[in-house]
Design a protein around this ligand. Structure first.
Ligand code: ADP
Length: 198
């Protein structure tokens, strides 16, 4: 798996205090990292699933997570009664390396005037709130809503990074890892992080 250049630039021994993209150490203890890869393979406390409101599986990253976690994941999801857009619910990770999965339905892009940016921000914020409740120190997230739900990647990334920084500022998290399925998406994340440091 390729790791981001920014992550690799973190100074030895200083990673816990490295604030990505700023080029300086900051008072916060967590960091944002960007990797290209498969979220199902991430060795973190919790991974986020870009689910649909049924929480009963689907295509894209949702299907990949269910395949990798095994049928017990679907069985637990059946007990949750779905989730509204912007909400997030936690299950165990079963056969995944991650102990937990945080499922959130992001918004479907309808042109941008139907509250999509606010709803996407709420999805991210809900995921970080759940992560905090379960004591997760490291969380890996896909680019929620940017696949089948068609949210433009640049705008979505600005929201994802803003919410991640808020969560890191709140404390408790050591790593927010953005897992991009394509080089193109990873480049967008790196660009957004570099353009708006801190
Ligand atoms: P949504 O319906 O929220 O748009 P998708 O699963 O269609 O969800 O896409 C969300 C993002 O997840 C897309 O950027 C897609 O490329 C990415 N993706 C798909 N499979 C994986 C995977 N195994 N690991 C990480 N990201 C993935």
């Amino acid at each position: 798996m390729l790791r981001s250049a920014v992550r690799d630039a973190a100074p030895a021994g200083g990673r816990r205090r490295w604030r990505e993209g700023t080029g300086k150490r900051a008072g916060m203890t967590g960091r944002i990292t960007v990797v290209e890869g498969d979220i199902t393979e991430q060795d973190v406390d919790a991974i986020v699933n870009a689910a649909n409101p049924s929480l009963l599986g689907g295509g894209g990253v949702d299907g990949a997570i269910h395949r990798a976690a095994g049928p017990e994941l679907l069985a637990e999801c059946r007990t949750l009664g779905g989730a509204a857009t912007g909400e997030a619910k936690v299950t165990r990770g079963y056969r995944l390396r991650a102990r937990y999965v945080i499922h959130t339905p992001g918004p479907v892009w309808r042109g941008g005037r139907a509250g999509e940016p606010e709803l996407l921000a709420r999805s991210y914020a809900s995921c970080f709130a759940r992560a905090r409740e379960i004591g997760a120190r490291s969380v890996a997230l896909p680019a929620i809503s940017t696949g089948a739900y068609r949210f433009p990647i640049e705008a979505a990334t600005v929201i994802a990074v803003r919410e991640a920084r808020r969560a890191l500022d709140a404390g408790g998290l050591e790593e927010v890892r953005f897992v991009c399925f394509t080089r193109r998406d990873a480049d967008v994340y790196r660009r957004v992080l570099a353009a708006a440091p801190g």
